[in-house]
Ligand binder design. Sequence first.
Ligand SMILES: [Zn+2]
Length: 269
Amino acid sequence: MHITLLGTGNAFVTECYNTCFTLHFNNKNDIFLVDAGGGNTILSQLKKANINYTDIKNIFVTHKHIDHILGVIWMIRAIGKSMQHGTYTSDCNIYSHAEVIDILRRMSKELLNKKEIEFLDNRIHLITITDGESKIINNQKVTFFDIHSTKATQYGFSIQLENGKKLTCCGDEPFNDHEISYVRGADWLLHEAFCLFSQIHIFKPYDKHHSTVKDACEVATRFNIKNLILYHTEDKNIANRKELYTKEGKKYFTDNLYIPDDLEVIELN
Ligand SMILES: [Zn+2]
C-alpha cells in the first residue's frame, strides 16, 4: 500500500506539478487518482512514475480550481481513447460533489470530440457524492466530506485502510473544525502547507486562505497524528524545500513528517 505524489505544488508553480497523487492498494491494476493538476502534464507525470493510466479505475476531484480539475479532462480523453482501442477494458468511476460533476460533464462535451466521449455516462461514470457519503474503492472504505471552504465547494476524504490504519486528506485548505471527526485518530494526514511560517511576509499564505508548515504541524500534534504529509507548496524554495520545511516542522511536530518531492513514493505502513 503506497501513495505516489505526482505533483506537490500550489496553483502557480512552474518548478514542479500541481498537487495530485495516486493511492495504490492490494489490486495493482485498480489505482485511485486524487485530482489531476492543471493539464496534460498529468500524463507525463504518470509515465515518469511508471503508472499506466489504463490502471486508474477511480478518480476523485476535490474542487473546481483549474490546478486540480483540468488534468481530469485529459484523463477522460485518454481513458475514452483507450476504451475505443480496447486497451481499457473495465469501467472508470469519477467521483466529486455536484458542482464539479456538472463542470466535468459540460467541459467534456464542449471540448472533447464525439469519439473521445463515446463512453461518457456509459463506462466513464461521473458520480456525485454528498457530505459524509462512503464508497468502496478497491476494497477500501472511502468517506468523502465537505471541508467547508470559503472559496469554492471542496471535499476531502478519509480512508479506512485494509491494514487498519486511517488516512485523511484535507484538500488544499487549512484544517477547520468541521473536519475533526475525520482527522481525529488518523494515522496518516495529508495537509497543505503553502510556505514556511518564517516566510509569511514573502508568500502571504493567510491572504490566500492557506497555511504554513508550522500551522499544519500544530494541527497534526493536536490530533496525535503519526504521519504527516505536506503538499501544495510554493516552489521558490524547491531545491531546499525538504530540508527547510522539515527543519521548521520538527519544532512543532515530533512524529513522522514527510515533505515529498514530485514523483516520490511513500509506503503507507
Ligand atoms: Zn489548489
